[in-house]
Design a protein around this ligand. Structure first.
Ligand code: AMP
Ligand code: MG
Length: 412
């Protein structure tokens, strides 16, 4: 019987070390801008040209070389008109003005633009009734960036503005961190799709959408394959040998990670040629966690309980995904507890979900532990922004105790 063999428990930090050793970053790739949202840059982006690329009018108005003659009243003869995209036939000389519209290329240095609201026109002359300095209302060539300037640093997560900056410089295929391909199977005869009405003893599949949503924060959805397996090890083995499981970078199997009679994950993985250095970790929740390797593939067997799922994802799966993408992991920080945490005794380290708050008196960020009843208590996670570690054998933690905390995806 599987449950007669004692399985050693691996410390969380030792699993991280193992992942550091065994998980090699995938090659970065070039992607078009419309596929690059949320991806991490793997190169410094330097301006290939000055921005703006020429002196442009910032306003609808009139461009002229401001007169150096004394007094606050000057007349300029209007010699023509250009809008954005047009090129002037000639630059206005002394005493001349050019009708210009926003974005138009100014034909000479040293011009000023008077906005049309301020301009008084008499016949074909512009009357200027105040002192105007050269450069007024002109967006100077190179004033936003000079050719060679760093527009976006390596490791930046590409958001809407980053992508617009890339587009404005014509850099349409940035080099970004690889997006690992993931195949995820939820398991269990008792699990039914969320849209169906559970029969006796059945429960709806909540882990599938949980994992998809967590992964989608960092991996495009087309790289995520999901399916559901019954408690049938033969069928599971066949799926593991077939596409996409045979070739993805990361396999996740939810449920069946423990040592119950129907928990086949470890056995099936071993038979499929995976080496399983971890079958249990020293943590609560999430103890029956399996970590394995086959060639370049990584597999996690996650305990089926939703809270365990959430914690194991952030502690472990996300760590492996960050390694595969070649990006740094978020760091742990000691933060003070917002209130006391009584009755937290456990002989294992506990990874406790908490919300972040601001202590207005001390003007610091503090963590407010969330109440969770058991490892099935999904709604307890709705407000989670960090996980913090309660060290083993801790009976209670007073308010203000520093607790090691780790950010989680926070769109509960
Ligand atoms: P297991 O790890 O397979 O023993 O499952 C542990 C608990 O998590 C059981 O109560 C399962 O019914 C529940 N569970 C397993 N898979 C899921 C899932 N996909 N969605 C929601 N609950 C699940
Ligand atoms: Mg199960």
């Amino acid at each position: 019987m599987a449950d007669s063999i004692p399985v050693p428990e691996v410390e969380v930090a030792d699993v991280w070390r193992l992942l550091d050793e065994r998980v090699k970053p995938l090659e970065p790739e070039r992607v078009p801008l419309d596929k690059a949202l949320g991806r991490i840059l793997r190169e410094d982006i330097r301006a290939t040209a000055d921005q703006p690329p020429f002196d442009r009018s910032a306003m609808d108005g009139y461009a002229f070389v401001p007169s150096s003659a004394p007094g606050n009243f000057h007349l300029y003869r209007i010699i023509g008109s250009i809008k954005a995209g047009e090129v002037a036939e000639r630059a206005p000389g002394p005493g001349e003005a050019l009708r210009v519209f926003t974005g138009a290329e100014l034909p000479a240095p040293g011009l000023a633009v008077l906005m049309q609201e301020e301009a008084r026109i008499e016949g074909d002359h512009l009357c200027v009734e105040r002192e105007v300095s050269s450069g007024e209302n002109v967006r100077r060539c190179g004033s936003d960036a000079r050719r060679g300037d760093i527009l976006l640093p390596k490791e930046r997560r590409l958001g809407a503005v980053s992508l617009a900056v890339l587009a404005s410089d014509g850099q349409v295929k940035p080099l970004v961190a690889a997006a690992p391909r993931v195949a995820h199977a939820t398991t269990g005869d008792e699990i039914v799709p969320p849209e169906s009405t559970p029969g006796a003893g059945q429960i709806r599949n909540s882990n599938q959408i949980l994992i998809r949503s967590l992964l989608q924060s960092v991996i495009p959805s087309r790289n995520i394959h999901q399916e559901h397996w019954g408690d049938d090890p033969v069928a599971a083995a066949a799926r593991l040998a077939a596409e996409p499981f045979a070739n993805v970078d990361l396999i996740l199997i939810s449920g069946g990670a423990s040592v119950g009679d129907h928990d086949y994950t470890a056995r099936v993985l071993e038979e499929a040629g995976f080496e399983l250095p971890v079958r249990k970790i020293n943590s609560r929740p999430g103890r029956p966690l399996i970590v394995g390797f086959r060639g370049r593939q990584i597999v996690f067997g996650l305990p089926g309980n939703p809270v365990s799922h959430y914690v194991c994802f952030h502690l472990m799966v996300n760590y492996a995904v960050a390694r595969l993408r070649g990006v740094p992991m978020p760091e742990w920080h000691p933060l003070p507890l917002a209130g006391p945490l009584p009755n937290c005794f456990n002989r294992r380290p506990t990874y406790w979900p908490a919300a972040m708050e601001t202590d207005r008196v001390r003007n610091t960020r503090v963590v407010r532990p969330l109440a969770w009843n058991n490892s099935g208590h999904l709604a307890a996670l709705l407000h989670a922004q960090v996980l913090f570690c309660v060290p083993p054998e801790t009976k209670e933690l007073p308010a203000g105790s520093p607790v090691n905390s780790f950010p989680v995806y926070f769109f509960g």
